[in-house]
Design a protein around this ligand. Structure first.
Ligand SMILES: Nc1ncnc2c1ncn2[C@@H]1O[C@H](COP(=O)(O)OP(=O)(O)OP(=O)(O)O)[C@@H](O)[C@H]1O
Ligand SMILES: [Mg+2]
Length: 259
């Protein structure tokens, strides 16, 4: 049965999508069966793996709100060899539509994913930069949440709010939700600031802070415009090396957990 990891931080532009794509790809290239769920109306993960949503294509929106079998919404990709639940702007209205539903509106993604969990080793959910019902659905569906944090001033601002949301979801919908880890992104070894943010994160999150830092790397920012994972775009880049190291850490943590 799949282990489901939500990549979440309500702060925009911190590396959620980059991490979703390249962690999913890293796992896929070591022959894990991976489903990447784009759960952001911006559709960045979808575009970032080179998929275009056609007019007739079904998306994450249909899987949660249109009574469509999620299996009919999935796309098999060749490069990286994994499956995608695509998203596009249709998902933007979902928050409002979900708000109107009275029962179990937080569980719709979980219900959809439960029907296909046996088909995968990993389900990676790319969350939107907000703390609305889409995020709640992602956290309710997940076994754990991986939090990317950008190395910058105010990096930890907003994390308190995210941790509160996580606790609320634990209390109300998903008591087993764990923190998978906290990942420092866009790290610049030349600046004191990056080092300071790294220390802060280690202080707050202890062993949940990944040893791997994702460096600021131009190849990582170019790859999505080519619709490629970092392994397909620039395998020898520092960015690729860092995401390999992160993938190893995620695997090692799982082995240690024994689940
Ligand atoms: N390590 C990195 N080095 C250089 N550029 C990066 C790195 N990580 C991400 N980027 C770039 O920074 C921008 C934001 O990254 P990304 O889209 O992954 O963040 P996000 O948290 O998903 O954003 P949003 O909140 O809008 O969904 C993108 O243009 C991306 O290509
Ligand atoms: Mg994103």
């Amino acid at each position: 049965m799949a282990r489901t990891i939500a990549i979440a931080n309500q702060k925009g532009g911190v590396g959620k999508t980059t991490t979703s794509i390249n962690l999913a790809a890293g796992l896929a290239y070591i022959n894990k069966k991976v489903l990447l769920v784009d759960f952001d109306p911006q559709g960045n993960a979808t575009q970032g793996v080179g998929h275009r949503v056609g007019l007739k294509d079904l998306t994450a929106y249909d899987a949660i709100l249109n009574d469509v079998d999620i299996k009919d919404c999935l796309k098999k990709l060749q490069k990286p060899p994994m499956t995608l639940l695509p998203a596009n702007i249709n998902l933007a209205g979902a928050d409002l539509e979900l708000a109107k539903i009275e029962r179990n509106r937080e569980q719709l993604l979980k219900n959809a994913l439960d029907s296909i969990k046996d088909d995968y080793d990993y389900i990676i959910i790319d969350c939107p930069p907000s703390l609305g019902l889409l995020n709640t659905n992602a956290l309710t569906a997940a076994d754990s949440v991986l939090i990317p944090v950008q190395s910058e001033y105010y990096a930890l601002e907003g994390i308190t709010q995210l941790l509160q949301t996580i606790r609320l979801v634990q209390k109300l919908f998903n008591p087993n939700l764990k923190i998978e880890g906290v990942l420092l992104t866009m790290y610049d070894a030349r600046t004191n600031l990056s080092a300071e943010v790294g220390q802060e994160i280690r202080k707050h999150f202890k062993e949940k802070a990944y040893k791997t830092y994702i460096p600021r790397n131009i190849k990582l920012s170019e790859a999505p415009s080519m619709g490629l994972s970092i392994y397909d775009y620039a395998i020898t880049s520092e960015g690729a090396k860092a995401y390999v190291a992160l993938t190893r850490e995620v695997l090692a943590a799982e082995a240690k957990d024994g689940n």
